[in-house]
Write a protein that binds this ligand. Sequence first.
Ligand SMILES: NC(=O)CC[C@H](N)C(=O)O
Length: 228
Amino acid sequence: MRAAVITFPGSNCDEDLQWALAHVCGIPADLIPASQETLNGYDAVFLPGGFSYGDYLRSGAIARFSPIMGAIKDFAAAGGFVVGICNGFQILTEAGLLPGALQWNTSLHFICAPAPLTVVNTATAFSNHYADMESITLPIAHGEGSYYADPAALTELEANHQVVFRYQDNPNGSIHDIAGITNRAGNVLGMMPHPERAVEALLGGTDGRGVFYSLLNATKGAAAHVAG
Ligand SMILES: NC(=O)CC[C@H](N)C(=O)O
């Protein structure tokens, strides 16, 4: 498996994510600038956290027009695995690759804290390494993290089991305690908590590794790309 991590102007978790993937989980990962228009030879593409384009207008609202987004849409449409973390999740909703939107936290404050979560669907490419209903703790760090979907979209999300992570103690007002979802096809994940910040005991915990190990499981047989 080989991963691409997209660096948008204002990303600040791209190198942490590359470290978590490559040095902790053994998944080779390249940093790709958002100004690039092509994306070849990857099994998974990550949109990292940060403040792309300074969060102007709305988080992710400008980043969705980045040159790389066309290649990411093509990759996702072909079934490639795409993961958006925090600002990456915001970009994926703005780009229409995931349903719903991320609104300001109900407190209107930026929240930086450990968030206890429940893994409510382990039958995904991003969560198969966890146990059913496993309790994990990942850090959150966002101002616009309150997930919203209109009633019809929410009904569809729940009916199709697209919710992967729920907050145990809803910190931001997210509807149905939603912390992470997939698209209908199951190959695109968006999550507000940061798994890449929870991969080493020294930094407070290793619960985040499961997301990356799950993808390793899901891409077994894709080793040809790693060799390249
Ligand atoms: N850590 C992040 O990715 C921050 C996300 C986003 N810019 C917010 O504050 O909502």
